[in-house]
Each structure stands twice: as C-alpha cells, then as structure tokens.
Write a protein that binds this ligand. Structure first.
Ligand SMILES: Cc1ncc(COP(=O)(O)O)c(C=O)c1O
Length: 419
C-alpha cells in the first residue's frame, strides 16, 4: 500500500534527529553569542570557545571587520548579480583568483560559492562514467556526496592506509583499462575530526607506479600548515603532485566561499563545465573583498600562524602531560578520547559548559565507535595560555567524574526523568 512520503519522517527522525528532544539547543543547534573570539556566551554564561574554526583569529580582527563593513557599504550584498559566466564576473574576482593561485603555487584558481557544494561539483565535473574514484573512507561528507554523483565505479581505501590505497588503485586500474577511463584519488590535507594529516607524500609517491590524478581537500590545512599557511601540500613538500587543490574560506579565512587551484587548462575546463558555478550566483563582492584582505593578512603576517601554533602546542602538550589520549593528531585539530556512553557524554559536556565554562564539540557513535566519546577542540590564535590552562584543569576534573561513575549516575536520573 502506498504511503504518504512524510509518514516515515514522523516515525523515524534519523540517527541524530532521534536525540532532538534531549539535545536541541544544547548539544545540537546551540547558540554561541557575542563577537567571535576565544570567549563567547552560551545561555548567558561566558565560555571558552573551542569549537569555532577561526584558526588565525581573523573573524573579528578590526582591520578585517573594517574591510567587510566598507565593502558591504559600497556594494551591498547583491553585487554582482548572476552566475560568473553570465553577468556575475568582475576584476576583483579575477584578482582574488590570481592571488590565491600564486599563494598555493598553482597556475590558476577558481572561486566557489561554498566549499561543500563546490567540491561536490568539482568531483562531478572531473569524472565521467568510465572513470574510477578511489577515496579515503574518512573523507568529509562533501567528498562522499561528490562521489555519490559519480555514475562510474568508486572504491574506498582504509583511512590513511597506503597499502589499502595501493590495492584499490590496482582494482581501479583494472576497471579503467576496460572502460578506457582514468583514475581520481581523493584525500584530505588534514582530517577534520581526528586531526591527522593525509599521507599526501606517500600518495604522491604512488604516481611513480600508477597513473592517477590527485585531488586534495585542504579545508583545515590552508592557513594552518606550510610556509605562511599555504597548506598541507606545501608542508609535505608535494604541492606539485596535487593536481586539484581545494580549500574553503570557512576556517582560517573566517568567511564564506572557497576555491580550487590547478593547472590553467584544468581550471579553464572547470570554469566552463562546473554546474555549481555555471548555474548559481557569483560570490558577492563583500566576500571577495573580504577574502582579498584576509589572504593578504595570512600571507604577510606570520604572527597569526605562530600564535595559533603556540596555543596548539600548549594545549596538546598539556593534555598529553595530564594523561589524556589525543590520538594521532598532526594538526591544530585536537581530539580528546574518553570512554563512555552517549548519556554519560551528555552529562559530561553539560558539566564542562555549566561548571567549567568550556565549550567544545562532542562527537559520539555513529561517527566514532560505540563506547567512545570524542571531545574536539579547535585552538585558534585568539586563545590565551590562561584559556589553555583553565581547560586542562576542567578536563582533569571531568575525567575523574567520568571514571568514578558520577556521570553514569547523573545520566540515569536524567534519562528516567525524560521517560
Ligand atoms: C574538510 C572539509 N571540506 C569541506 C568543507 C565545506 O566547506 P564550506 O563550509 O565552505 O562549505 C568543510 C567544512 O566547512 C570541511 O571541514
């Protein structure tokens, strides 16, 4: 019997939606208020903010705010209207693309309105049904969703596992030999959840043995790694081997928008074929001018990156010295792994926020294995060593309560009340 399409949404709200009643406004869709900085307000209380990707602390920098405000006053938020190809093209879009390309050492670059749909569409444009994609199983949702558009074969390889990658390239090669297609390998520069860098150097080395093209999503590496923050490929010395480099403005650049960079002919191909840009409005001028200013600061003021890393090292070394498991991070992303159930994790995060003034993101099953709690901290240049020390003290206190069963008891009372 036929159903109303919406019936199932009433019955099953999805893996995260089922927690909505307990979590909404607190664990999900929380409202962090006040200017973006190391300390913001949550439910009226000041909290140290460890969940905002403003790595270089540019979001609220007075010079950045001034340029943003002036650009908004001059252009409003409409200009230019239309897609780049039709009526939304300007000299400043071109200038930003030239400067971005030069910064990441590529011939050419192209702006994207959002990182998520931009990379999705890049993947869609780069491959046809005869081609094969091989990608890291832990790649960000935007890569996964880009691959979902692909009409041909795709293989995942085990996270950052070069042996598994090689096996899958061999499988891909067999397919491509039959179809007459090519192979696209995709990794992240920095894996945003756990903080490991992609093994870009090892992946690039496989190019000596196999024929493939290499796309890197460097959302978290841009601004934070490499000389002057030019990214993970430059940090690992293999930028030349990355065929298509992607970064978003949503993190170190503290804005909205993104770009891809590659050889000129590839960018030209993408400009004429990428549906997300051909059929969507151009990035508005306020964002373009704001990005030019931010790029200039990233490039010419290494002190932001230096301060960021001072905080990263203080936080990561402090957590390790206090016996916390921070996994294998090789970037600013700082995961803290604890053992516990989802209700315990909720009680623990509530304690962190209410009693220790620490606001960080919480990740639980199904994103990580059952029984683990991942607290994810994003240090930025705007944090202070005092923030770091207070946080480490807060973490020591919550670990003790987790281990002595305090959160288990609280969560049982809490769950019984909700039932
Ligand atoms: C690894 C990665 N790629 C892509 C994106 C998407 O970028 P945007 O926020 O510009 O859509 C994000 C999140 O912002 C990300 O973490």
């Amino acid at each position: 019997m036929m159903k109303d399409l919406f019936d199932r949404y009433y019955e099953n709200k999805g893996p995260l939606g089922k927690w909505a009643e307990l979590a909404e406004g607190y664990f999900v869709f929380p409202k962090l208020e006040g200017p973006i900085s190391n300390r913001m307000h949550f439910k009226g209380k000041e909290v140290i903010t460890w969940s905002v990707n403003d790595y270089l602390g540019l979001a609220n920098h007075p010079e950045v705010r001034k340029v943003d405000a002036e650009a908004a006053a001059e252009y409003g938020s409409a200009y230019p209207m239309g897609a780049r190809m039709m009526s939304g093209h300007t000299d400043l879009h071109e200038q930003l693309e030239r400067e971005l390309a030069q910064f990441v050492m590529k011939e050419s670059a192209y702006l994207l309105n959002f990182g998520y749909q931009g990379i999705l569409s890049t993947i869609d444009t780069l491959v046809g049904k005869d081609d094969v994609i091989v990608y890291d199983v832990d790649a960000h949702a935007c890569v996964v969703d880009g691959v979902r558009l692909h009409l041909g074969k795709r293989f995942t390889y085990k996270h950052n596992d070069i042996e598994s990658l090689e096996k899958n390239i061999q499988r891909a090669q067999k397919v491509a030999e039959q179809t007459g297609g090519g192979i696209l390998v995709i990794s992240e520069g920095v894996f945003g959840m756990r903080g490991e860098q992609g093994k870009l150097k090892e992946i690039a080395a496989l190019k000596g043995k196999y024929k493939f093209r290499f796309l890197v999503d460097d959302a978290h590496g841009f601004g934070t790694l490499g000389k002057n923050g030019a990214g993970a490929g430059i940090e690992q010395g293999i930028q030349n081997e990355i065929d298509v480099y992607f970064a978003t403005f949503a993190k170190s650049m503290a804005s909205t928008g993104a770009f891809i960079a590659a050889d000129k002919e590839i960018i030209d191909y993408l400009r004429y074929n990428m549906r997300s840009q051909m059929f969507a409005k151009s990035l508005q001028m306020q964002l373009v001018k704001g990005a030019l200013k931010r790029l200039d600061m990233v490039r010419s003021q290494p002190e932001f990156k230096a301060k960021l890393w001072e905080n990263v090292n203080a936080l990561q070394n402090g957590l390790k010295a206090n016996g916390f498991d921070i996994g294998k991070t090789q970037s600013c992303v700082t995961p803290v792994y604890l053992k516990g159930s989802i209700p315990e994790a909720m009680a623990l995060v509530k304690d962190l926020r209410e009693n220790h003034g620490i606001f960080c993101s919480i990740v639980v099953y199904p994103v990580i294995p059952k029984g683990l709690i991942l607290l994810r901290l994003i240090p930025t240049a705007s944090h202070t060593l005092e923030d770091v020390n207070e946080t480490i003290e807060g973490f020591a206190s919550i670990r003790e309560k987790l281990e002595n069963g305090t959160y288990k008891r609280i969560s049982q009372v809490f769950l019984a009340a909700v039932k």
